[in-house]
Design a protein around this ligand. Structure first.
Ligand code: SF4
Length: 360
């Protein structure tokens, strides 16, 4: 393949794997509680390069609806081989499926996939998303087992003085008979818990503060990429900078009278490669140089809208001043139940990104 090729399977109404960040995406469609097929979306990707106008974030295009039996053997393979043959192999920064689609056009790519696979896509079936985060807490599966999703603040499972999270997980692992899953939102699921074990697992999780009822929505909806120390080309801290940043944003929300039921989902990344999937977020802070940031606004809670650059190359103090200004306007001028990013678009603070190749 010319570049990495990322795939998701998404079960509405949760867009918890961010389909618009990935090359090929299967959105599950059920009838009477039974999986019958998938809507196929192709060509999403978020990574950009500072100062390179030929790079841009792009939402995945809706190709059509597929029956279950056509998913892997037919459609996925045909998309894979079409991108293999048509992807740009001379310029690595222009090699992903999103650029192939923009170069040859979506209809041409889709027609090639249909020809290779020997199928015709049916029109997309209705689907909608209500959020892109994890369902924190208990969920009962159709197999009658319980699953406990733990919010791991800042994605760091460590032993802190009053939060012995790592020890807590080790204690749970000693008695848990099921699985552990890491989520795409940097949280952790203790999965497949029998009804008889539920009370014991919850008690251990609470004892070690793995369940923290006081965690705010602002905190639960903020995320960073790993940046330092794992990524050698990163310029600054992102992951370890997040808690202080969230505290400052929470302070501004309270100062301007925004209630706990509202938040401004924020992601920070150490560079614009998009690992933290920030380019779908209400507020994205990306490092431009040491101590300097670009501030983007306009994504949404469902992960279906690309944000737009609002300020370029500002320092931390200027960034907080801008957020202060924006939150104060949101508090004063928003309509009832209007979220932060919907407000910034309606008020004309940023414009919507419609055609990412030209607008971004
Ligand atoms: S977004 Fe950049 S700094 Fe962050 S993990 Fe990815 S490549 Fe590293």
């Amino acid at each position: 393949m010319p570049r990495k090729f990322k795939t998701t399977v998404v079960i509405p109404p949760q867009n918890d794997v961010d389909l618009h960040a990935n090359d090929v995406n299967f959105v599950a469609i059920a009838e009477n509680g039974k999986l019958v097929g998938f809507n196929l979306l192709v060509g999403g990707s978020l990574s950009i390069k500072h100062g390179n106008k030929k790079t841009y974030a792009r939402q995945a295009s809706e190709f059509g609806y597929l029956l279950l039996e056509h998913m892997l053997a037919v459609a996925a393979e045909a998309i894979f081989t079409t991108q293999r043959n048509w992807g740009n192999r001379t310029d690595r920064k222009n090699a992903k499926t999103k650029y192939t689609l923009e170069r040859v056009w979506v209809d041409v790519f889709r027609a090639k996939v249909e020809k290779r696979a020997g199928i015709r896509f049916a029109p997309i079936l209705p689907y909608h998303f209500t959020g892109r985060g994890d369902r924190i807490g208990w969920v009962k599966g159709i197999d009658n087992y319980w699953h406990l999703t733990l919010f791991i603040k800042n994605s760091r499972l460590l032993d802190y003085p009053w939060h012995p999270l790592k020890t807590g997980m080790a204690e749970i692992a000693k008695i848990h008979q099921g699985d552990f899953h890491l989520t795409a939102n940097q949280n952790l699921i203790v999965a497949s818990i029998a009804e008889s074990e539920k009370v014991k697992i919850e008690a251990l999780a609470r004892e070690h503060r793995l369940i923290d009822d006081s965690a705010s929505d602002q905190s639960k909806n903020s995320m960073t990429c790993v940046s330092f120390p794992t990524y050698p080309l990163a310029m600054v801290e992102a992951e370890r900078f997040l808690p202080a940043f969230v505290t400052q944003v929470e302070g501004l929300l309270h100062q301007h009278g925004i209630g706990d039921e509202q938040h401004c989902a924020a992601h920070i990344t150490g560079c614009p490669n998009g690992c933290g999937r920030a380019l779908l977020e209400e507020l994205w802070l990306v490092v431009k140089a040491v101590g300097r940031y670009n501030l983007y606004l306009g994504g949404n809670h469902e992960g279906t809208r690309i944000p737009c650059m609002y300020r370029e190359n500002i320092n931390e103090e200027e960034t907080l001043k801008e957020i202060d200004y924006l939150v104060s306007r949101w508090a004063r001028e928003s309509h009832a139940n209007e979220g932060f990013s919907n407000f910034t678009l309606r008020a004309g603070i940023v414009r919507p990104i419609v055609n990412t190749a030209q607008d971004f």
